[in-house]
Ligand binder design. Structure first.
Ligand code: G1P
Length: 294
């Protein structure tokens, strides 16, 4: 019997240095893409993939995230009094549908360390990890695509994307062999090895890990077993390499577009694309863009 994935962990304790000064006093996860904070895209992706329990790993200065997913009585009351039904529904819908718990990561010691902080709340069951900076626009939610693989193989699965060689050092990179799956020869991979932030000449392939993971609970012991790795941090990728000694791990080259919303240019591109897709803003925004002298 393959256990159902019910929980998604959102590491959100990072300092957001790539986005200073905006992130000096407010969390990068709360930067709005059009009108929704970055982290809400990840939470909605998990929800639309069938996961309702969200575990957010926060740090100092992140209380805006907790307030965002909480009920805001004053705001809801005011909107109700003013008869603003659409806005009321928008404010309510997300906090009504999910159950959120928080755990603190006191020091930013790395992604592996952040995931380990969720151990008590996750317990002995498979779970999903979502890096909110990676905003993924796809027909079938990326997490759902990974869950389909997990439900078939009962093993951990990471999201993969091809990345040009000159950019590969920013990622975890896999050495992997393709496995035929659902009539496709080059979507699913069985992972042979993983390296965090390799130099381009040392990268085992051009397949980078993107911030969506389905993990079996043995990952916690594996993270505990590894010491600090790339950039002196406890890396999830190193934990996965340790897990590989005893369990198979798969990689899935998901269908969809990934935006690196934690990067200024990536954030701008995501903003433009999401605004163009919007029913209420798409047309006038397109007209505006056409009029720019580029
Ligand atoms: C993290 C992971 C890395 C992964 C990347 C995807 O790195 O450590 O393996 O490829 O997310 O966005 P970070 O972006 O936090 O440096």
């Amino acid at each position: 019997m393959i256990s159902k994935v019910r929980k998604a962990v959102f590491p959100a304790a990072g300092l957001g240095t790539r986005f200073l000064p905006a992130t000096k006093a407010s969390p990068k996860e709360m930067l709005p893409l059009v009108d929704k904070p970055i982290i809400q895209y990840g939470v909605e992706e998990a929800l639309h993939s069938g996961i309702q329990n969200m575990i957010i790993v926060t740090g100092r200065g992140k209380s805006a995230i907790e307030d965002h997913f909480d009920v805001s009585f004053e705001l809801e009351h005011t909107l109700e009094m003013k008869g603003k039904k659409d806005m009321l529904a928008a404010v309510r819908s997300i906090s009504d549908m999910i159950d959120v718990s928080y755990v603190r990561q006191k020091e930013a010691l790395g992604l592996g360390h952040a995931v380990l902080r969720s151990r008590e709340l996750v317990g002995n069951e498979p779970f999903c990890v979502v890096l909110a900076d990676d905003v993924i626009d796809s027909e079938v939610p990326c997490i759902r695509q990974l869950l389909d693989v997990y439900e078939f193989y009962g093993a951990s699965v990471v999201a993969l994307m091809e990345v040009p060689k000159e950019l590969i050092s920013a990622y975890g990179v896999v050495d992997a062999e393709p496995v035929p799956h659902n009539g496709s020869q080059n979507r699913l991979y069985r992972i042979r090895n993983l390296v965090e932030k390799p130099k381009p000449e040392d990268a085992p392939s051009n397949l980078a890990i993107i911030g969506r993971y389905i993990l079996t609970p043995e990952i916690f012991d594996s993270i505990e077993a590894v010491g600090p790795g790339a950039i002196g941090e406890i890396q999830l990728t190193d934990g996965l390499r340790h897990l590989l000694r005893s369990r198979p791990i798969y990689g899935y080259r998901f269908e969809g577009t990934r935006h690196d919303a934690g990067d200024k240019l990536g954030f701008l591109k995501a903003t433009v694309e999401f605004a163009l897709q919007r029913k209420d803003l798409g047309e006038p925004f397109r007209e505006y863009l056409k009029g720019l002298k580029l």
